[in-house]
Design a protein around this ligand. Structure first.
Ligand SMILES: [Zn+2]
Length: 690
């Protein structure tokens, strides 16, 4: 085939060569994407058409195997694009994203609504027993069959056409939603003078100074809506007026009127999702969504949330009363408001445990916490990490080569830890390439993207204890991708149900709280002294402190999500009113605001990975609390036999088994909720104030 000059020069369309097999980021320019996408989409379409039109009767290899080998150029282009769109976007990238998201949805429709292709899959699935497949192949065939059916491949024509249109529209709306949130975040910066910083410890002042510098206000201080900036401010600033101002901007993201208001988008998305569920034979979107999750039904998810909710309300009430008492003691004559909660909690923590965040924070140096996460992976799974000089997409991103106990290459790991205006908020794991063995021994390239405050030049990056937990969380996801050991890409790494995917990440957080890990890695940034034992003990004693608040803040989101996506129809939905009424129904305490209000709830609407699925974090927490108890029961947080089972059945297993079966293989039984209630201090919530 003759190659056009455009293709020869487009770095996105060449294989990733060089020692690290990375994309040539320095050569990639935004205007390469559109031509690369067009070309890669056309190539994949041709491959799909050839599989569907194959005159040979279907067999596993010429249908499932061929599908698994197809679309590689598209995967590469999309992987690079979405890493940039999330972590280092620009007006140009955003414009391409708006163009490309409906095209990708259309492309997916053409694949999963392809009747000729579906009939080959259906024929194989019906005659599965005669095919003498191994266990993994049988699982991959079953997964493809389920995916085609759940996408509507078995429906008749008019319904299929409508589904296709719905999917495309949803993709566009999801892109717009995320961009609107980012725009609202970028448009708010609270620029402060030295005199406005009352209460802020040195690390917070340094971060605010760096943020102001970056935004063109040298010599001043800036508070932004990045979680690590605003939450620190809310925790320490004794200026109630400024706390309120920043908090109001934070919770109003996506609800400010004008072109970035997300409420109409939400109403349309919920309505389209309900319609899609009905076309596929379900009463509502939540029923449809959970049918292929570990929970199976919204009732099962609600049962867990309800059980936790009532206990959390009791605990949060006790917490609120303690904060209100503190206000009274100080001579304050006002009722605790949402923008006061973090501030007085910080004071109470100090009073009760002689512990404040400013005292802890110098001990949590980013580089040391990265080391701690790496060393834990070494002790559990025999992995080693070596820094590598690699040309990446941004100078803040760093790379490490990962090897196993035998010195074999396991993965390339990229960590991109600092907040910047071009990065979407939150923290996530993603990949440039996933593990597989179908086309050779392909090892993954995995990324962790976070939004920690960047220090001023020459100063060490410091984390809060929560930030350190986020780092361990995302690194747990990264290990799920890096340790993957399957043959077929469809089921590699994190390609598991979303109520199971938080198990490897949340479980990993437990090792941050193992005292010997912090003893070894928590060193004071200026003095170099290890964290004193007494301070460490006090820190770990606060584990269940403020957990009523944290549980309410999260669980309310999970309940509102399920209720919203259980609507049979959402035409003309008033999103603000729905949220308000639903919170009234569950008796949300007025002093606490949802962790993510609907107008900026990116888990649900920016892509939709967690739509009717935010309960997943709690569902997975039942699993992670119970799974860590398996280590505790041996008396060794690094017990080798338990670690081996964990690796075999969870971290390396991808979606090779049904989630419940995978868990049983690891633990010998299904989990109970007891370990979760104990972990959150909710087991005896009615009597304990802490
Ligand atoms: Zn996660």
């Amino acid at each position: 085939m003759k190659r056009s000059p455009a293709k020869r020069q487009n770095p996105l369309l060449s294989e990733w060569v060089g020692k690290l097999e990375l994309p040539s980021f320095e050569a990639i320019k935004p205007d390469h994407f559109r031509t690369a996408f067009d070309r890669a989409l056309a190539d994949h379409r041709a491959e799909i058409d050839a599989i569907a039109a194959n005159p040979a009767p279907p067999d596993f290899d010429n249908t499932v195997g061929a599908l698994e080998r197809s679309g590689r150029a598209l995967e590469r282009v999309a992987a690079v694009f979405f890493v940039l769109a999330g972590a280092d976007t620009s007006d140009e990238i955003e414009a391409i994203e708006r163009d490309i998201s409906p095209l990708l949805a259309r492309h997916n429709n053409a694949l999963y609504l392809n009747r000729a292709l579906y009939s080959r899959i259906a024929e194989l699935y019906a005659g599965c027993e005669a095919l003498s497949l191994d266990a993994e192949q049988a699982r991959v065939l079953e997964r493809y069959h389920t995916r085609f059916v759940r996408s509507g491949a078995a429906l008749e024509r008019p319904a299929q056409d409508r589904l296709a249109a719905v999917n495309e529209r949803l993709a566009s709306l999801g892109t717009q939603f995320g961009q609107n949130v980012l725009a609202d975040e970028k448009s708010f910066t609270m620029v402060l003078e030295e005199g406005d910083l009352v209460g802020l410890p040195e690390f917070a002042r340094a971060a605010a100074r760096a943020a102001a510098d970056e935004r063109g206000h040298p010599g001043k201080y800036a508070i932004t809506l990045a979680r690590s900036s605003i939450e620190t401010f809310l925790q320490f600033s004794s200026r109630r007026d400024l706390r309120e101002k920043a908090f109001q901007a934070w919770i109003a993201r996506g609800e400010n009127g004008g072109t970035t208001d997300n409420r109409a988008l939400i109403a349309e998305m919920v309505s389209l999702r309900a319609e899609r569920a009905k076309l596929l034979g379900f009463a509502n979107f939540a029923d449809y969504r959970l049918d292929d999750q570990m929970a199976k039904t919204p009732q099962a998810a609600r049962k867990l949330l309800d059980e936790v909710w009532s206990r959390a309300l009791t605990k949060a009430t006790v917490e609120r009363d303690a904060l209100q008492a503190m206000i009274a003691e100080e001579g304050g004559n006002f009722a605790l408001a949402p923008h006061d909660w973090r501030y007085y909690t910080e004071k109470l923590r100090k009073a009760r445990y002689d512990l404040d965040e400013a005292e802890i924070k110098p001990y949590f140096q980013l580089d040391k916490m990265i080391e701690a996460a790496f060393e834990t992976a070494g002790r559990l799974f025999g992995l080693s990490f070596k820094p590598i000089d690699a040309a990446l997409y941004h100078s803040d991103a760093r790379a490490w080569g990962v090897t196993d106990a035998q010195g074999r290459h396991v993965a390339l790991f990229i960590g991109d830890y600092f907040a910047r205006p071009s990065k979407h908020s939150g923290a996530w794991m993603t990949s440039l390439r996933d593990q597989e063995k179908l086309t050779g021994n392909i090892r993954p390239i995995v990324l962790n993207i976070c939004n920690f405050s960047k220090p001023a030049a020459g100063e060490p990056a410091l984390l809060s204890f929560d930030d350190a937990r986020t780092l361990f969380h995302e690194f747990g996801h990264a290990l799920h991708g890096m340790l993957s050991d399957v043959t077929y890409p469809l089921i590699a790494g994190t390609a598991v149900p979303s109520d199971f995917v938080e198990l490897p990440s949340q479980l990993y957080e437990h090792w941050l709280e193992v005292p010997e890990v912090l003893q070894k890695h928590a060193f004071h940034a200026s003095t170099g002294e290890p964290m004193p034992k007494a301070l460490l003990d006090r820190l770990l004693a606060t584990r269940t402190f403020n957990q009523g608040f944290a549980t309410i803040e999260y669980t309310a989101c999970a309940m509102v999500d399920l209720d919203l996506h259980s609507l049979p129809d959402a035409n003309a939905l008033d999103v603000s009113a729905f949220e308000r009424k639903d919170l009234e129904r569950i008796a949300m305490p007025p002093e606490i605001v949802m962790r993510h209000r609907l107008p900026h709830f990116q888990h649900l609407f920016s892509g939709g990975g967690y739509a009717a699925g935010y309960y997943s974090y709690m569902w997975s927490e039942v699993l992670d609390a119970d799974a860590f108890a398996a280590f505790e029961e041996t008396g060794n947080a690094f017990d080798p036999a338990t670690a081996k089972r964990l690796r075999d059945y969870i971290y390396s297993a991808g979606n090779r088994r049904d989630s419940a079966d995978a868990y049983k293989a690891f633990r010998g039984r299904l989990p109970t909720v007891d370990a979760l209630l104990k972990k959150r201090g909710l087991a005896d919530a009615s009597t304990s104030a802490r």
